[in-house]
Each structure stands twice: as structure tokens, then as C-alpha cells.
Design a protein around this ligand. Sequence first.
Ligand code: FRU
Length: 481
Amino acid sequence: MPFDSNLRYRPYEDWTAEEIQAIEANVAKSPWRSTLHIEPQRGLLNDPNGFSYFNGQFHLFYQWFPFGAAHGLKSWFHTVSDDLVHFQETGTVLLPDHPLDTHGMYSGSAMQMEDKLFIFYTGNCRDAEWVRHPYQNGALMTSYGDCVKFDKPLITQPKDTTDHFRDPQIFDYKGQYYAIIGGQDLEKKGMIKLYKAVNNDYKQWQEIGNLDFANDRTAYMMECPNLIFINDQPILLYCPQGLDKSVFGYDNIYPNLYKIGKAFDPEQAAILEPSELYNLDYGFECYATQAFNSPDGRALSVSWLGLPDVEYPTDHFDHQGVLSLVKELTLKEGKLYQYPVEALKNLRQEPVVLRDMSETDNVYELEITIPAESKSELVLLADQAGRGLRLEVDTQNGLLTLDRSQAGEQYALEFGQTRECPISKTETTLNIFIDKSIFEIFINKGEKVLSGRVFPNADQSGIRLTAGPISGTYYALHHGR
Ligand code: FRU
């Protein structure tokens, strides 16, 4: 169904039960629904939101447009989890039902405050002339999902930004609450603002200044900034839209990158000695990553495996977007590692020695070792002719190549059908997670990651080891959320 802006911003209550049933019937025909990953029942999912720990459980929301594969009027869809592997839909959806979020409850974060979950989000409003007015709003949710929004915005648009000002992330640094917000300055360059909670009261915010992280000022907007701390070192994750490719090469329409700092100086609004830029993910889509320091001591992250302004094969079936697996972030010898949380191992069924398989159910994990000085190749989601998702691991030259050109339905062709990732010229391990139309590949237990979507044909479910020495284990994974 083509979505013009009338349809995208049509009030939720105007969608009839018959229309919703028709959308659901269409989703049910989709051959590409996931089994382990968070995916909307219908409509479009984008950014993860409000990833937090509250009342003894993890909470994870996502941006949701419920009526088809379009970026329309957004709400926050709520899930909870005990183990960060199984997520339960609670039935709570935070709706754009307030004068301060008339055109969408946009992205934001959450943190427990006393016995409530504080939700810090962007209220997207547009006036009669379709001029955007972004408000950084607050709300308090009880464990039962009742949510009371504040009457006044917590932060309004600063004088030195355009209307692109959104995605507040609250964080606690040494007992003081701060927030960062992504924006665009008056010269249309991306920037990040730092705020401090006055008297440590999350209802009162004061600007400290523009965050200094050696911003190259080539991007036009910084979406979804997150600042987390590992061993007291700040890691800034963000999405610099329009970043000049001479500053940092990337293939996807929009990148999701990070910098590691030596220290954080909140009074000066500075990340001290920021590193160069690094790619968070070398695959075809990974965006709007949300990370937080969990009270259990872990730094956790989750991403949208999708991108803005890209059409997906699932659009015909009225659904789009999934969230990644939840990953734990660690620093080893100054390098960021991202690896699925330990509890994911509980999904493994009996280990089977990896060999050619003509048919699987496309829900599994592979744990593979490739020796140094070799060139190996395998094809996943393979048909009888060996066409599928091709992975070449070259430890002679230090390069991993992923090619999805033979893997089912093609899309986003202008951004290329292959991705490359530099690897070390040593023995290399891969943990590969496949879930119907999702792949997540972790090199050397998270030193590098490649994630993305692939939309196989009905006969593409095999595994082929086509070249070089490959040894490993195949684990079918238990389904269910
Ligand atoms: C990133 C983003 C955010 C915004 C949200 C709206 O994908 O554009 O900046 O808050 O999506 O859905």
C-alpha cells in the first residue's frame, strides 16, 4: 500500500478493525519472519528505545508504526526480559497522544528513578505549515505500563540548532545525571549537546555545551548518540548522517560509528583524547544502536537491523525491521568487542560437526575456526546449485568478504551487494547466527561484527563448505521468544 503523508499521520483510532485484519493477514503470508529476534507483529520497527533495567527486569522498547512498512506516526512498543534473550511483549504501547508529541513519540532512553521508569524522549510536533518543533519530553511509567507524560517539555529547541534536535540519552556519571542529544547546528552540521540534571533532578536540565569529541563537522545530523563507560573510559556511539567518505569510508546509506575516549570531562563537555572513528558493524545494516551501562555492571547494546530510506522486500507483506541480538560490550587492549550476551548459549541444541547440509530450518549458530594462511569459503542459505550468502575468509591477506548477490530477493542495490571487513592474518574464529532472514557474524568473539538482512528463496536453506579448511560446529537453536 503506498503511504502518502495523510496515511502515515492518520490518527491511530481511525484505522478500522477490518483494515488491521487485512494488514495482519498480509504479514502472515510473509516468508521472512524471524524466530529469535524482536520483530513487530505488523508494520515498521526502527530504533531501539528506553533500553533499561527496572523493577528486576530489562525493558526494551522500539519505535513502531503499526499500519504498514512506512515511517509514519511513531509510538514506543514495550517488551521485557529476564535474560536478554527471550523478550515478552507486555501489551503496553506508549502512544503519540499528547500535545507535545502530536507527530510521533520519537527516540529516547529510560532510567529507573525511585519506583518508576523515567522515559526521556523526543516529541515530534509539526504545525499547520508543517514546520517541525522538537520537544525533549519526560514521562514516568509504573511497572504495569501506565505512563504519565509531563505537561511541559524538559528541554526545548536551543537557539543554535535547527529543528533537527532529538534522541536524548540519559546516563549516570559518578552519581550525577547527564543527557546527550543529537542535533544539527545553524550551519547544518551535525553536533551533540550535553546537559546536566540541576541538583541531580531529572526534571530540570541545564545545557553544559556542545560535546567536544573532535567532531570533523562533515555530517549534517547526528542521530541517536549514546555515551557509555567501560572501565571509566567513555565510548561515544552515534549515527553521523551525511559524513564525508573522505573522513571515514562506509558503504551503507547512513553509518553507525563510535569513538573511544581516554576520559570524560563533563564540566568542559569534552571527551578527552578521542580515538579515530571506528565502524560499529561491517554488514549491510545496523543503525541507531542503543547502549547503556546496566546496574549489573555490563555495558549492553542493541541495534536496529534496518536503515532509514531503504525499501525492504518485506514491505510487500506490511512489515519491516528487526532488532539485533543483545550484545555485551567490552574493551580488550583498547579495542571494543561486541558479543551476544552469555545467556544466548542456552538456545543451543546438540552440537553437530559442521559439514555440507542440503536443508536446515535457517535458525542456527555456527562456530567456525579458519586457520592462518588460508582462503576458505562457505555458502549459507544455499540452494542445490550452491547459490546463497557467500562468505570468504582470507587469512592470507586479512580480509573477510560477504556477498549476498545470490541470496534471494535483492534490494538496496545502489549500496552494493558485497561488504568487506579487514581481519588479522591469524587463525580466525567466527560465530554466525542465522535466523530466517537475519545474519549476525562475530569475528574472534566480537572483535568485528557484520550484521544484516537477507531474503532467501524458498529453496535456500542449505550450508555448503566450498573452499579451504573450515572446521566447526553447527547448533540448531531453540525457537521462541
Ligand atoms: C533514527 C531516527 C531518530 C528519530 C527516530 C524516528 O532512525 O530518525 O533520529 O528519533 O528515528 O522514528
